[in-house]
Design a protein around this ligand. Structure first.
Ligand code: AP5
Ligand code: MG
Length: 189
């Protein structure tokens, strides 16, 4: 099974992915975490990614897609149930993900959309910025990330709605209630 956990910055993709790993044993692919790890190690990819992430912009599709292509064939991911967190983020990425999965005999089984109003997202991210110091959790970068989300990522709702795989969830509820709503969707698949 391949799930996409979808939504704006701060909607709870990472938080709910942790719950899904505990409950269903998914392999978690968070493209944001993957890139932050490369930045921390100052790899060639990390040095490139840092420029985009610090401005709240997406890294180029071709770069992101080549990373996913390689990752899907790695021994720790192959044949696992996957939860994609923060990917795909553009229509191009979604189209290419479909091809990558079909080539491997799979598909996107469901896209769980965590829907949260922008004001609440900003509050959450500002708070996390103070607590954890994630470099892109400052007001200017948060605003840019939200702008990028609305322009480039939100159109994917229509893309997956047309395929019947988009499942909207109220992401403003408690973390436990959201986890239960997601579990109900997965159980019905
Ligand atoms: P990424 O790491 O994916 O960041 P993001 O989408 O901005 O989302 P966050 O990780 O900030 O939020 P989240 O939805 O995971 O929420 P969380 O659970 O943490 O991407 C970072 C950057 O990498 C991008 O800007 C881009 O530059 C690059 N990138 C990544 N993927 C890419 C791709 N595919 N293509 C190109 N570039 C890419 O929760 C947030 C906070 O809210 C936490 O403090 C949490 O405790 C709290 N919270 C969670 N749920 C609730 C709740 N129900 N009620 C109250 N508080 C809650
Ligand atoms: Mg996250």
């Amino acid at each position: 099974m391949n799930l996409v956990i979808f939504g704006a910055p701060g909607c709870g993709k990472g938080t709910q992915s942790e719950r899904l790993i505990d409950r269903f044993g998914f392999y978690h692919i968070s493209t944001g975490e993957l890139l932050r790890d490369h930045i921390a190690r100052q790899t060639e990819l990390g040095i490139i990614a840092e420029k985009y992430i610090s401005q709240g912009h997406l890294i180029p599709d071709e770069l992101m897609l080549s990373i996913i292509d390689v990752l899907l064939d790695s021994p720790e991911v192959k044949d696992k149930n996957i939860i994609f967190d923060g990917f795909p983020r553009t229509v191009k990425q979604a189209e290419e993900l479909e091809k990558l999965l079909v080539k491997r005999g799979g598909n996107v089984d469901a896209v769980i959309g965590l829907e949260v109003p922008d004001g609440e997202l900003v509050e959450r991210l500002i708070k996390r910025g103070k607590d954890s110091g994630r470099a892109d959790d400052n007001l200017d970068t948060i605003k840019e990330r939200l702008e990028v989300y609305h322009n480039q990522t939100q159109p994917l709702r229509d893309f997956y709605n047309e395929r019947g795989s988009y499942k909207a969830i109220n992401g403003s509820q408690s973390i436990d209630k959201i986890a239960d709503d997601i579990a109900a969707i997965i159980s019905a698949l």
